[in-house]
Ligand binder design. Sequence first.
Ligand code: ADP
Ligand code: MG
Length: 304
Amino acid sequence: MERINQTLAQMMNRKEVRDAYESIRRRTLEHPEVVSFLKAHPELDETAVEVGFTKLSEYAEQMDGKKLIEEQAVIPGHQPMLYVDLGQIAIRYEETVKHRQARRQKEMDRKFKSLFLPEEVREASFESFDWSDDARKIALRESMRFVSGMKTRQKVNGLYLHGSFGVGKTYLLAAIANELKVADIETILVHAPGFVSEAKRKIRTDSFDSFLTSFQHVPVLLIDDIGAEAISPWVRDELFGIILQYRMMHRLPTLYSSNFSGEELETHFSIDGSPQNKMKAQRLMQRISTTTTQIELKGENRRR
Ligand code: ADP
Ligand code: MG
């Protein structure tokens, strides 16, 4: 024991060790935030500072972004905070505002799934929605009514937005999904043609059931460009039919956009116009029209 103590004493005496220690000490006690912490706590006497020195130096190191103490390396997105606990200097780690905001943003983004649509749909909002003509004003008002109904947990009808190419139907559906995600309401916005091809690919696999279920169960489903998909009796009756039947029974709203009016969509669903197809088309169309408010979007083609 004596020998060890001697060796330690010799080591501590060594100039470079002393210098290193002195430099850490100085850096810590002169660190501007340590200085203001100590100033704010005049009750901490010399002994308390001596005892709590490792906390102060950990704080100073971490604030400077250094990872001196490996197992106490900066926790991503967390910042050390000094405080006094029963007269002793203590340290804790708190999530930074920036990190919390980024985490919240990620959480919200997960609420809004968009499939087979460009990434830009994530930027659509009511705020930047141009409502300069009357038809747009009505569409925006109905969309806002829908969103506030959802936020207040009312049973609300979906929307059926129809109008020609480029008037902003996809944009408005995307804006609705973005408004809902802020309220933590889950949505799927799906482009009908991509959805149908994907379903056809999946039908022979094990994942078809869970694929179907996710569209049946999502609190708000938005189907963009319905009528632009390649239609077949299977797509109409087993895909749309099954999903919409479930959603209607459980009063889960569905929103649509289409280049077709309701009547034109029914013709599209009739395929060859045979009596049986006509009847089935009518049945599906009834499900859509009784569960939605129909709005025509007019205006210039914004794609030019
Ligand atoms: P549609 O689905 O009716 O064919 P889109 O929603 O794709 O039309 O709109 C066409 C283009 O105009 C897109 O590039 C879209 O981002 C833009 N756009 C549409 N509506 C608005 C709006 N209200 N404010 C800003 N840009 C818009
Ligand atoms: Mg579109």
